[in-house]
Design a protein around this ligand. Structure first.
Ligand SMILES: *Cc1c(COP(=O)(O)O)cnc(C)c1O
Length: 339
């Protein structure tokens, strides 16, 4: 295994409290009964972090805020959808780090209710002291953010723009680190995971894990992502490019091709942020069996895909499956009417 010290040369702000746990979901296994088909089900608890409610974006923010500081920025402008978990965690991380934070929230989901527009993540954004720019439909977030950065520059400050999902090559380094973490925990508990399941939104988490696995020589075919934002072909193309950009940033010669990645389009439904019946069932099943929360936009759809693959027998009997729990539970409060 190549030395994971490879990450030490990148600027980083510590926002986590060490590795997140891997736990067996034995009550979920019990509830599935015969339908479990002899598969063991585990969770990587990336929802279990102390800062800002936690979630997968905190891993990316460690490297993004590191970069912002290294570039001498005192303000972060983060872009996201209205109920962006990335925006919420950027606000919390900036509060903790002493950076000013502005959020540019675009209308990416056709939900205009007051609850959707102001509860859940948006409520927390404001509590964390961020300046929230709630855009109206059709307004372009990237243009708005770059105009704000110019205004901030003219007042003598310096802004760092954090793109949608934080999925730049440096943001993805957070999930390269997670790949190393999974490999070492898997060694400690003596379980080799045959399948690692996750959602794919902006693709940065998947790309970081794929890059990390490519570096340590674990087969990328073990990773299965369910796209929740882009169509399957465009998610595949974008995630391949992102993976190669992260590998490039780390300076090695390894590159991957699209057929190395597994991206499943079966849980996308009507599109980003639009509930599906299978998502609703999955959120309920894990809540009732384990007392755990998965979110309606990302984790719920990936969990639905994983449950379908277990029930249909498409995951071979005796396999060990690891579900990456990515957080995002504040989003549930914006979907009160769905549940
Ligand atoms: C952003 C997000 C994801 C997806 O991560 P990407 O890197 O954007 O693909 C998954 N789950 C939650 C809760 C998220 O907020």
């Amino acid at each position: 295994m190549q030395n994971p010290d490879i990450l030490n040369s990148f600027p980083r702000v510590r926002l986590m409290n060490g590795p997140t746990p891997i736990q067996r979901l034995d009550r979920l296994e019990e509830l599935l009964g015969e339908e479990r088909n002899g598969v063991s089900i585990w969770a990587k608890r990336d929802d279990f972090m102390a800062l800002g409610g936690g979630g997968n974006k905190l891993r990316k923010l460690e490297f993004l805020l590191g970069q912002a500081r290294a570039e001498g920025c005192d303000t972060v402008i983060a872009i996201g959808g209205v109920q962006s978990n990335f925006a919420r965690l950027a606000a919390a991380a900036c509060a903790k780090t002493g950076l000013a934070c502005e959020l540019v929230l675009a209308q990416m989901v056709p939900r205009s209710s007051d609850i959707y527009q102001s509860n859940g993540n948006v409520l927390l954004d404001r509590l964390f002291g961020a300046r929230v720019h709630l855009l109206s439909e059709g307004q372009d977030a990237a243009t708005f953010a770059s105009n704000r950065a110019d205004e901030i520059a003219s007042s003598g400050s310096r802004a760092f723009i954090a793109v949608l999902g934080g999925s730049t090559p440096s943001g993805c380094l957070g999930y390269v680190d997670c790949a190393f973490e999974i490999a070492s925990q898997s060694g400690e508990i003596g379980i080799e995971f045959d399948r690692i399941v996750m959602p794919n939104g902006s693709g940065g988490m998947h790309a970081g894990l794929a890059a990390g696995f490519a570096i340590i020589g674990t087969a990328l075919s073990r990773l299965t992502a369910y796209t929740v934002l882009a169509s399957q072909p465009s998610a595949l193309e974008a995630t391949t490019d992102k993976t190669n950009a992260v590998l490039g940033l780390m300076g090695g010669d390894i590159r991957i091709r699209p057929h190395d990645l597994r991206i499943d389009g079966s849980e996308l439904g009507g599109g980003y942020g639009i509930p599906t019946e299978t998502m609703i069932e999955a959120v309920r099943v894990i809540g009732r069996s384990e007392g755990l929360l998965v979110d309606p936009v990302y984790g719920g759809k990936a969990l639905a895909g994983m449950l379908a693959a277990i029930r249909s027998g498409s995951i071979p009997r005796g396999s060990h499956v690891l579900f990456i729990m990515t957080g995002g539970s504040p989003g549930l409060y914006a979907y009160q009417d769905t549940f």
